[in-house]
Design a binder for this molecule. Structure first.
Ligand code: DSN
Length: 417
């Protein structure tokens, strides 16, 4: 950062501060990850200088011979990694990717059926606060009150009653395997299209640690920066028959010039995710989530759905008489960063919440395994058992800082060719 330190020391200090935070704290935010130096090198490269509206070999600018190679590689690697017929790697974010699918296949006012945001779904799946909930007539399935797992029977009954044009499947705070095959059957029964948003679990799918929706869904959208451990951005997978339509919606429909540096970094990410080392990483994320979940359960914490099958779980703090907001703030002061989260049927507002969401992608990237999850559970429990005690929070923060020294923040990826 020598040049930046000279040119803009204030921003250089912001970046150093963030680097220290990421190094000294245990980050359990389920949607974040720490990328490799190779991904950062591509992201921070001169490819950011290039305009390349269009697609490889069909650009509106000259001089695209190198960025064409980057985009073609990203597309081919993503198709191979997920076994898909077509891939568009230009969407700048997961919400834009979802919007591109909707705008390709739906008209304003069409009915969509997605997972309830407060049960673990996503804003862009038709939530009232999102434009997707305003443009379309959106309906929501959710989880059962008894098990807190997706109520597939309810989803089927709703689909038969509502006859949606598209069923949207995917979640940002749901801890169990999603049965994509069952949703395909429901979609077929009512003649609906099926879109699955695997932003959270894409890395697990790539690693074979969660079933893939690709054989079942008409469209699969995802971000690249969560469990997949790539740059911030997104992509769309679809059947060949929709390829031209999707590409045309992304550009020129929704976006202008694609970020070619980010597309190159996506190519690096897809290459890294196709290694045996990444497959082991994906499985270890799940083992760590299960271990942390069990350790907290053994200390009397109530886990939504009782356990986890993926990279995250929710803790219901109602029986501890603390809110998610207070728990998340106290833990952050103690060097453990996570987010407050509504639990299904929560009586608290989304700003307060009754729960916290815990995810293991980052601690796994740093090389932590099951035994470290026990230590993390102990620190969480000590802080939450005496939530007003700021001296204790400082003491835990010191212990966490010391502990974190042993775990690097950059994954060292062994490329296999
Ligand atoms: N904001 C992301 C998350 O934390 O789950 C979803 O987009």
């Amino acid at each position: 950062m020598t040049a930046l330190m000279k040119a803009d020391p204030v921003i250089a200090r912001v970046i150093s501060g963030e680097e220290r935070r990421e190094t000294e704290k245990i980050i359990l935010i389920a949607s974040e990850n720490y990328v490799s130096q190779a991904v950062m090198d591509a992201q921070g490269s001169i490819l950011s200088n290039k305009y390349a509206e269009g697609y490889p070999a069909k650009r509106f600018y000259e001089g695209c011979e190198y960025v064409d190679q980057a985009e073609s590689l990203a597309i081919e690697r993503a198709k191979a990694l997920f076994g898909a017929e077509h891939c568009n790697v230009q969407p700048l974010s997961g919400t834009v990717a979802n919007l591109a699918v909707y705008l390709t296949m739906l008209k304003p006012g069409d009915r969509i059926l997605g997972m309830n945001l407060s049960h673990g779904g996503h804003l862009s799946h038709g939530a009232p606060a999102s434009f997707t909930g305003r443009i379309f007539e959106s309906h929501h399935y959710g989880v059962s009150r008894e098990t807190y797992t997706i109520d597939y029977d309810e989803a089927e009954t709703m689909a038969k009653r509502i006859r949606p044009k598209m069923i949207v499947v995917g979640a940002s705070s749901y801890s169990r395997i999603i049965d994509f095959e069952r949703f395909r059957r429901i979609a077929d029964e009512v003649g609906a299209l099926l879109m699955t948003d695997i932003a959270h679990i894409a890395g697990l799918v790539a690693a074979g640690a969660h079933p893939s929706p690709v054989p079942h869904a008409d469209f699969v959208t995802s971000t690249t920066h969560k469990t997949l451990r790539g740059p911030r951005g997104a992509f769309i997978l679809c059947k060949k028959e929709y390829a031209d339509l999707i590409d045309h919606t992304v550009f020129p429909g929704l976006q202008g010039g694609p970020f070619m540096n980010i597309i190159a970094a996506k190519a690096v990410c897809f290459k890294e995710a196709s290694t045996q080392q990444f497959r082991e990483y994906g499985h270890q994320i799940v083992k760590n989530a299960k271990a942390l979940c069990q350790a907290l359960k053994a200390k009397g914490y109530e886990i939504v759905t009782g356990s986890t099958d993926n990279h995250l779980f929710l803790v219901n703090l109602t029986n501890r008489e603390i809110t998610g907001r207070d728990a998340a703030r106290a833990l952050d002061r103690a060097g453990i960063t996570l987010n407050k989260n509504v639990i299904p049927f929560d009586t608290q507002s989304p700003y307060v919440t009754s729960g916290i969401r815990i995810g293991t992608p980052i601690v796994t990237t740093r090389g932590m395994k099951e035994k470290e999850m026990d230590l993390i559970a102990d620190w969480i429990d000590r802080v939450l058992s005496d939530i007003e005690n700021e001296t204790l929070q400082k003491q835990v923060a010191d212990e966490v800082r010391e502990f974190c020294r042993g775990y690097p923040t950059r994954p060292v990826v062994l490329h296999e060719d």
